[in-house]
Write a protein that binds this ligand. Structure first.
Ligand code: IPD
Ligand code: CA
Length: 284
């Protein structure tokens, strides 16, 4: 990364840390929950407050920059990634965890220019782990360099995945069929942290060989993708092609061998893309 974006990255780290304080405080006494698309698609005042805090503070410093934020999109904003400098924000990745005080919750901030990730910040608030990466500059946790695992045998791996919030029976059947295939390879373990960003940081840290999910959103994976690749890992679509951040499908692995062995076991399906325009309402 050129030094051009260093100020922006410093700001992202500072605002992620500040957001983490807000999340930790709210966890003690304000976890009132609301729902979005369904009874299991949760949001809280804290998600909205933290997203507002991040966007306001960035706007003051970088008025021409654009944003894709989970709660702004939920409120009707478009989810378009253009060539302009764009901050992709998940104020709380792991909202269901937050609501239940299950202790893995992250603030995720990705920064893209010309559709390319320049830097990334994932702050695991309760563990107080600040994951960062710069394009071409490596990945770090609390300043210590990260390196993916060197395991090449999928049968000696831990695979992270999530069940997401889709309860459509056909989708659930495919999710379980994939899981069955993977468990029966057999792999040594399957894990779920409850946040895509932290699952991916576990891959970057060498604690899990791979993470895959169908149903994630761009804001869940925009930052952690760079953290994985800068730690030496690979990103792939669940069909084995190139990853597409808007497709809601991802495999993040320590290396191509593990990723390719994993995708053979995944029954893929295609949720509605994040960049699908909302349906037009005709006012006659
Ligand atoms: C969710 C979490 C979860 C994953 C979902 C995500 P949210 O994000 O990352 O682990 O399974 O696909 O949407 O709603 O907590 O920001
Ligand atoms: Ca979220």
């Amino acid at each position: 990364m050129s030094n051009l974006w260093q100020n922006a990255m410093d700001h992202a780290v500072a605002i992620a840390r500040k957001s983490g304080e807000v999340v930790r405080e709210a966890l003690r006494d304000d976890r009132k929950v609301m729902t979005k698309s369904s009874s299991i698609d949760l949001v809280t005042k804290t998600d909205q407050k933290v997203e507002h805090l991040i966007i306001q503070s960035v706007r003051e410093k970088f008025p021409s920059h654009r944003f894709i934020g989970e709660e702004s999109v939920a409120a009707g904003e478009t989810c378009d990634l253009t060539d302009s400098p764009t901050w992709i924000i998940d104020p709380i990745d792991g909202t269901t965890n937050f609501v239940h005080a299950f202790p893995f919750v992250a603030v995720s901030i990705g920064f893209y220019v010309n559709k390319q990730s320049e830097f990334a910040v994932v702050y695991s608030c309760l563990e107080d782990k600040m994951f960062t990466a710069r394009r071409g500059g490596g990945a770090f946790c609390n300043g210590e360099p990260l390196q993916v695992s060197d395991q090449e045998d999928v049968r000696q791996s831990i695979i992270a995945t999530e069940f997401g919030s889709n309860r459509d029976v056909e989708a659930v059947d495919k999710i379980f069929s994939s899981l069955r295939n993977i468990l029966c390879l057999p792999v040594q373990g399957v894990r779920s942290a409850g946040t895509a960003a932290i699952n991916m940081c576990l891959v970057a840290s060498g604690c899990a060989e791979a993470y895959y999910e169908i149903g994630v959103h761009v804001w869940d994976i925009a930052a952690a993708s760079l953290i994985v690749s800068e730690a030496g890992g690979v990103l792939m679509d669940v069909d084995g092609g190139a990853v597409d951040l808007m497709s809601r499908r991802i495999v993040a692995a320590n290396n191509r061998t593990i990723a390719e062995n994993l995708v053979k076991e995944i029954e893929s399906f295609s949720p509605t893309r994040d960049d699908t325009p909302p349906p037009q309402v005709n006012h006659y």
